[in-house]
Design a binder for this molecule. Structure first.
Ligand code: NAD
Length: 273
């Protein structure tokens, strides 16, 4: 079966990468729709031309409803409010969703969950295989080191990123908190300034840098007395996120309704090897 994939935000940093990743993919998938924000100047443009190549016969639309019947899965890396609106349409038409958007508030996450409860949804703060391995390494290190070390999570991204800390940094924090049997919201420390007092024991600290065109760096520091372990992932381009999301899309169309993440995709791939 050739999987017909729809992509939102075709003019965005990830949107463009996704269009390219689908076009270049060796997986049995085809780009079937590109959905821009309402009123976008890209509407009507052929996606191939948008990528600087030959026409592909798929024109950008700003109406997901008009193409929902022509796609098997939607990949959405846009904005929380937009993803919620897309989820509504996907739920009405039974279209599975791969969601890469980050920065949802708790309320938005809850709404997303209830809107898509009858759908197959693969949502991850990061679709890069290397980052997903990092989640596992960090969880293992946190388990092994326990409460004897202080954990700090540092992330750096480009100047246009609108949410902080990054969704990936939060997922890393959740991996540490889970390994220590705690709830991240009870131990997360998000900002330090002025007379902060000593570091609370068991805190998981977050620091964010926003500068230039940094694609995404994450470091988890486990600092003890006299030694320090650091686990770092650096993304050199957005390609790994995009190809990971396309892999997830082709996998998701074969799954029953439910909530999945990139770990599920990679775990099944590993066991199939
Ligand atoms: P971007 O600002 O470059 O792109 C967002 C795109 O969404 C824009 O093209 C915008 O026009 C479009 N958009 C907004 N409203 C829309 C609507 N209603 N319908 C259709 N399109 C709409 O941002 P980006 O760097 O591409 O990142 C997008 C999201 O993906 C962010 O939340 C980012 O944190 C996340 N992200 C996730 C991963 C991951 O692996 N999960 C990797 C990179 C980025």
């Amino acid at each position: 079966m050739t999987v017909r994939v729809g992509v939102t935000g075709p003019g965005g940093r990830m949107g463009r990468m996704l269009l390219q990743a689908i076009t270049d993919s060796e997986a049995p998938c085809v780009l079937a729709a590109a959905v821009a924000r309402p009123g976008s100047s890209l509407v009507g443009m052929d996606v191939g031309q948008l990528l600087g190549g030959e026409a592909l016969g798929v024109r950008v639309t700003d109406d997901l409803l008009s193409v929902a019947g022509r796609i098997d899965v939607l990949i959405d890396f846009s904005l929380p409010e937009a993803t919620l609106a897309h989820a509504q349409v996907c739920a009405e038409h039974g279209v599975p969703m791969v969601i890469g958007t980050t920065g949802f508030t708790d309320d938005q996450s809850e709404r997303l969950g209830s809107t898509t409860k009858a759908l197959a949804v693969c949502q991850s703060s990061n679709f890069a295989p290397g980052v997903n391995l990092t989640f596992k390494l960090v969880e293992a290190a946190a388990k092994a080191l326990g409460d004897s070390v202080d954990v700090e999570i540092m992330e750096a991204h480009h100047r246009h990123k609108i949410d902080a800390p990054s969704g990936t940094a939060l997922s890393l924090g959740e991996a540490v908190a889970r390994a220590r049997g705690r709830d991240l919201s009870d131990v997360a420390v998000h900002a330090r300034e002025g007379r902060t007092g000593a570091r609370p024991q068991n805190a998981i600290g977050f620091s964010s840098i926003r500068a230039g065109d940094i694609v995404g760096d994450h470091t988890v520091v486990f600092a003890g007395d006299g030694e320090r372990l650091e686990i770092t992932h650096r993304a050199g381009s957005r390609q790994a996120f995009a190809s990971g999301a396309v892999t997830a899309a082709c996998w998701l169309v074969k799954q029953p309704a439910g909530r999945y993440d990139m770990q599920d995709v990679l775990t099944q791939q590993e066991s199939a090897r």
